[in-house]
Design a protein around this ligand. Sequence first.
Ligand SMILES: Cc1cc2nc3c(=O)[nH]c(=O)nc-3n(C[C@H](O)[C@H](O)[C@H](O)COP(=O)(O)OP(=O)(O)OC[C@H]3O[C@@H](n4cnc5c(N)ncnc54)[C@H](O)[C@@H]3O)c2cc1C
Length: 503
Amino acid sequence: MGAGSSGAALAARLSEDPNRSVLLLEAGPDYPAVDQSPGDLLRTWISAGPHDWGLVARVSANREIAYPRGKVTGGSSAVNGHIALRGTPEDFDEWAAWGNYEWSFAKVLPFYRKLENDRDFQGDFHNANGPIWIERPRADDWQPINRAFHDACRELGYADVADHNDPRSTGVGPWPRNRRDGIRISTAIGYLNPARHRVNLTIRPFCNTHRVIVEGGRAAGVEVECGGVVQTLRARRVTLSAGAINSPAILMRSGIGPRDDLATLGIKSVLDLPGVGRNLIDHVLVPVVANPTAGVPHDPQVTNPIGIRYTASGSNEFNDMQMYVFTYFDKSLWVGSELDMPVPSVAVTPGLQRPRARGRVSLRSADPNVPAIIDLNYFDDPEDLRRMVEGVRIAWRLMNSARFAPYIKDFVNITPEIVASDSATADFVRNNCGTIYHPTTTAKMGPKSDPAAVVDQHFRVHGIDGLRVVDASVMPNIVRANTNLTCIMLGERAADWMRADSQ
Ligand SMILES: Cc1cc2nc3c(=O)[nH]c(=O)nc-3n(C[C@H](O)[C@H](O)[C@H](O)COP(=O)(O)OP(=O)(O)OC[C@H]3O[C@@H](n4cnc5c(N)ncnc54)[C@H](O)[C@@H]3O)c2cc1C
């Protein structure tokens, strides 16, 4: 259920076994070939328009932002910024230390390798045979501002990185991207299209799953709305891959979640699982926006080719920060921004990769057509704000460096007075921050002894047989990387286990 990053990978891999019958239900439309896909799914950097759920999230008591999620086969992988980064060994060794011993980096690396076809690197960390094409923008294709950013970073002491996916890398270099010949390689393109001929794989678009049907402690099927008609489908196994917002919402509508909260909405409890919807984590960024000098070339097709992975000062968490440089920054890249920006602007954006704050997804109503409440709760921990304030000052230094300054006419949303003041910079971060679009951990994996765990380390919902969650929801902590590759890797791992398991 859900044909996104995890769900499409899972369905394609499971249906490699001709003895299995796989039904893939997707709420959005399906485009069976690249040449039948609309342009917003192919050559854009981010597309949150026609194939979006239209969700809204609460940043603080008085601020809400648009919260894009892909609604189409390929899911968010079909609309995303296609930075193709892996989590680090530290991320997975933490997952393993929390009782998920199958998730050490050594155990996940084969699945990160399995999913990729890396044009640029081979060897122990890479592979050239997987469904997702990955390449790094060549230095010849960078824009002058990217070159200036790179040189300014080097002068500030950041190392030159050739491969950001090498687990030892830290510093500045080209982002690996799942983009080929200018086209975003979603999981619909990489996984589903080559599998469409299989008679044991049925892909049903425009099917909105309302809830899971549980009978005698076992998932027996789902209730879906298809063509305006609510129908019941029975199945031997049900797997939710609706993403970190909709999977917990579906669980709660099914009576699986915090009992008291469900009771207030009139939903009969099937299983009291307090962790459902809790522990929402998201990467937050803040753009420092400037007006470029006249005549600076910026090709919208090369807007964010390089960036930094770095460790904040005083932090003991390796690569806990990222920084992007957008040579062509506009509202399509910062969805829902209230800022009045000249077009095109340039922006340098620090982003937090190891947030301590935890938010929550909860139901507003038992009605499946009413979107969930998304409470991001950014900056609930002062250490998150501290690292972002420092990030803004690093961005400011880079943009005012001898290399970068000639490209800037004036700043749009920041002044020297703001940067000089701790409290003004903190306010700047709170008022200008946005999402990097990476919600996770709302149905987290963990042993039964962990009261907040929703699934075990093999994706099985604690206490309900035949029901799995396989998507960003299950990450015990967010990876310090953009989340798409990790979600695909989760789909690969789930398929590997499910093919070996008759339950
Ligand atoms: C605008 C944007 C930019 C991003 N940029 C990047 C990037 O550059 N690099 C990166 O690594 N990550 C990026 N991400 C994040 C990354 O794409 C996601 O983390 C990842 O795709 C999530 O995978 P998933 O399988 O958990 O969910 P999704 O891919 O969102 O899949 C969920 C699927 O379930 C379907 N669904 C949901 N509810 C129902 C229902 N009730 N019934 C039926 N179907 C349903 C949805 O329509 C969707 O197809 C971005 C995300 C967005 C939205």
